[in-house]
Write a protein that binds this ligand. Structure first.
Ligand code: ADP
Length: 608
């Protein structure tokens, strides 16, 4: 038998368009052809299971071979095969018309082309991106079928002859084009197979070795898996990573189909976060690692795999965002993550607390970006205080309710962004039995804002935002021992000694045990500056504005009484010294001012 024919399609010369169009994605030809081969074996299996397959099913597998001499890549399977009629129908008509449709619909669009291909039956046609001619050598499973051989150079002309294959299945032979000889390199093929075919459901052999894991963990039932299994699979996905903190095995089949495993990675610091570490599969065929839109933004920091045949890959990004299934998947994943965290929190609070610092950024990011997640997470989000104890938001409010309120009756949560630098202030707060929480990560300025919005009658104040008795209203506030005249004189003396208009001097009655001079930066000022630094809108003028500090002179401190007594140059010198000490305790003294301070200190010691 020999038959020559013309494939009837409406557009002439679609091929050059496709080739150019998909230029950067030529490598996906291998994914398409290997997936077709896998599909053919799966069909054989289905037929066999209903006793519709003649002869033995045999051991199903797909083999990829390279023949460098002949410049061929051969993809073989022992699937259902095709008759000559089927080739004409499925390859000549469907595959080719799929390609035509593809070009017509997408030549002017910016859609992600590589994701569209499979959906249009361009799958097979993609062989022509790398091959000058393609041959199919096949024997159908059907009773009395004759082997068939098909050749085509990608144009609309094809030839079908009787083939020589004696066993059920198909060889697709690619005669690699001159400009695609890179694909004859074994290392290159290995890389491509690794990327797309690593978890295909039947063995794929290359160079005599099976390159895939046909039963990846996510396809198994969670009940039969151990922690070790999950950790090992994580290593398989990310060979050089530390063990993950924990994981979530997803498994839904209604109203959409989704399986997968999401891992919470262990990250050493906040700059370590890598997005695009989640791989998206469709029936175990790798599609992409850009899961934006499918996974909520705040969970992009997770690692792992998602597998869903229900995620439409044939549409543009904006369409994907609006897709009902994608939205449902998004909501589902968010809920699952929240439930899992809640479960760990409930089951073993100590273990959860140990992990808190590693997961805090996910949780906070989630609370900030998704209201539904906030509602769940507010029960298991923790605040850690400077003594290392953890409380939930409600527990913490209950803890400080009795003695931490401001003059308007709001509950005050004191926080530190740097326990080392703000040590003096933390100590002062602790001396009054107040509690201080640590909010020292990059996301915390936003988180603080959110807590103030969400928690009723609660404000958060950085521990060095003002003197402690101004931050928190107390009945035990000491009286000033100074007269009005002395107070004014002390203020003027310090103003003269400091001589800096960015420093607003005030005298306040504090405890004798507090520092003689305290420098604070008001909360609103710091927040404005923070916002400005983080690119918050509309605050441009803050960038050039110097910090306006408050300098509080402790009316009850003996040093300040001595300063008043020496109402002369000596008094001014001590005032300067006390002020410099306050600066020093906050790491704000440097350069010439630091040198002057050291000199003055030496003189003062000398006089002792
Ligand atoms: P799709 O796989 O999306 O249907 P393709 O262009 O990749 O589109 O393939 C067209 C059709 O050709 C397939 O649906 C299948 O019927 C047939 N086919 C392709 N490859 C094989 C193969 N290795 N064995 C049997 N049939 C095949």
């Amino acid at each position: 038998m020999e038959e020559k024919g013309t494939i009837s399609i409406h557009t002439e010369n679609i091929f050059p368009i496709i080739k150019k169009f998909l230029y950067s994605d030529h490598e996906i030809f291998l994914r398409e052809l290997v997936s077709n081969a896998v599909d053919a074996t799966q069909k054989a299996k289905s037929l066999s299971s209903i006793s519709e397959l003649k002869g033995d099913l045999g051991e199903l597998k797909v083999t990829v071979k390279v023949d460098k001499e002949k410049k061929q890549i051969i993809i073989s399977d022992n699937g259902i095969g095709m008759t000559a009629e089927e080739i004409k129908k499925y390859i000549n008509q469907i595959a080719f018309s799929g390609a035509t449709e593809f070009v017509e619909r997408y030549k002017d669009s910016n859609a992600d082309k590589s994701q569209i291909i499979g959906q249009f039956g361009l799958g097979f046609y993609s062989a022509f991106m790398v091959a000058s001619t393609v041959e199919i050598d096949t024997l159908s499973h059907a009773d009395g079928a004759e082997p068939a051989h098909w050749t085509c150079d990608g144009s609309t002309e094809f030839t079908i002859t009787t083939g020589s294959r004696t066993e059920r299945g198909t060889d697709v032979i690619l005669n690699i084009a001159e400009d695609s000889e890179e694909f004859l390199e074994e290392a290159r093929l290995q890389t491509i197979l690794n990327k797309y075919c690593k978890f295909l459901p039947i063995p794929v052999e290359f160079n005599g070795e099976v390159i895939n894991n046909p039963n990846p963990l996510w396809t198994k039932s969670p009940a039969e898996l151990t922690d070790e299994d999950y950790k090992n699979f994580y290593k398989e996905l990310y060979p050089f990573s530390e063990d993950p903190l924990f994981w979530i095995h997803l498994n839904v089949d209604y109203p959409f189909n989704l399986t997968g495993i999401l891992y919470f990675p262990k990250v050493k610091n906040e700059f370590d976060f890598q997005k695009n570490k989640i791989q998206l599969y469709s029936r175990q065929v790798f599609i992409t690692d850009e899961v934006k839109d499918v996974v909520p933004e705040f969970l992009m920091l997770l690692h792992g795999v998602l597998d869903s045949p229900d995620i439409p890959l044939n549409v543009s990004r904006s369409f994907l965002q609006a897709d009902a299934n994608v939205k449902k998947i998004n909501t589902y994943i968010t809920r699952k993550v929240a439930d899992k965290l809640n479960e760990i929190y409930k089951k073993d609070r100590t273990a959860y607390e140990e992990k808190w610092n590693d997961i805090a950024v996910f949780v906070k990011y989630g609370m900030l970006s998704d209201d539904k997640f906030y509602e769940k997470a507010k029960d298991f989000a923790l605040l850690q205080n400077t003594e290392g104890k953890y409380h939930t938001l409600e527990e913490y409010r209950a803890l400080v309710q009795a003695n931490q309120t401001d003059k308007d009756g709001n509950l005050v949560i004191l926080y530190t962004t740097d326990p080392e630098k703000q040590h003096a202030f933390i100590e002062t707060a602790q001396n009054r039995n107040y509690d201080v929480v640590k909010l020292d990560t990059m996301i915390d300025p936003h988180f603080i804002g959110q807590l103030e919005q969400k928690l009723e009658k609660t404000t958060l104040k950085r521990v060095d935002a003002d003197t402690i008795d101004k931050l928190i209203q107390t009945d035990a506030k000491p009286e000033s021992v100074l007269s009005e005249e002395e107070t004014t004189r002390l203020k003027e003396l310090f103003e003269k000694a400091i001589a800096n208009q960015n420093m607003t001097v005030g005298v306040e009655a504090l405890s004798v045990d507090d520092q003689p001079v305290i420098i604070t930066l008001p909360e609103f000022m710091r927040r404005m500056k923070d916002m400005n630094r983080m690119g918050g809108g509309g605050m441009m003028m803050m960038g050039n504005m110097p910090d306006m500090y408050n300098v509080t002179i402790n009316a009850n401190h003996p040093i300040n009484h001595r300063i008043l007594k020496h109402n002369d140059e000596r008094g001014e010198k001590i005032a300067k010294q006390a002020y410099d000490l306050a600066l020093l305790s906050q790491n704000m003294l440097s350069g010439a001012a630091l040198t002057a301070f050291v000199k003055r200190s030496v003189e003062l010691i000398d006089k002792e």
